[in-house]
Design a protein around this ligand. Structure first.
Ligand code: SF4
Length: 162
């Protein structure tokens, strides 16, 4: 089975800034067709659980209390590449809106819950290394839902020729 990297919080690991996970029930279906490699770049970069929330402000990552944690984010993204390359991973499922894992949207850097178009530090690094990046919904629609339709059509054809 192909191995796909996934943001660790999406499988329920309690690695988020607030000490909680963000389990997504689509994980169960994805696991039937793929091995998952859960990684949290923020924790790998040396940040604690819990920690102050951070947002991307221009080229830097800054905590709500004004601390520059860009170095930790870059380190975490870099460290993710090792297991990814070891396991021959070509695709990643990432938690949107995160300053590390955001795929299509990130917070606007004003800590007011506003969102802008953009991607996280890890996502950028993965794309530079030719890893395809998806939100979990995008991945499900592209690789699970379509397969399910094909399986259903095949089953219907099998029934017809019986
Ligand atoms: S860095 Fe990524 S994996 Fe870690 S808590 Fe944030 S979104 Fe989840």
């Amino acid at each position: 089975m192909e191995t796909v990297m996934i943001s660790a919080c999406l499988v329920g690991d309690k690695v988020r800034y607030d000490g909680k996970g963000k389990y997504n029930p689509l994980v169960k279906e994805i696991l039937q067709k793929y091995n998952l490699l859960p990684l949290c770049p923020e924790v790998l970069g040396g940040l604690s659980i819990p920690r102050d929330p951070s947002e991307i402000v221009k080229e830097k990552v800054i905590t709500k209390n004004g601390k520059d944690v860009t170095k930790e984010y870059n380190k975490g993204a870099f460290l993710c590449l090792n297991p990814i390359s070891f396991k021959h991973v070509r695709k990643a499922i990432l938690q949107d809106r995160s300053p590390a894992c955001g795929v299509n949207k990130i917070h606007n850097g004003k800590f007011d819950d506003g969102l802008i178009t953009g991607e996280g530090i890890l996502t950028k690094k993965l794309k530079e290394n030719n890893i395809e990046c998806y939100t979990i919904e995008e991945f499900y629609d592209k690789f699970i839902k379509e397969d399910k339709k094909d399986d259903q059509t095949l089953n219907e054809l099998n029934e017809l020729v019986k």
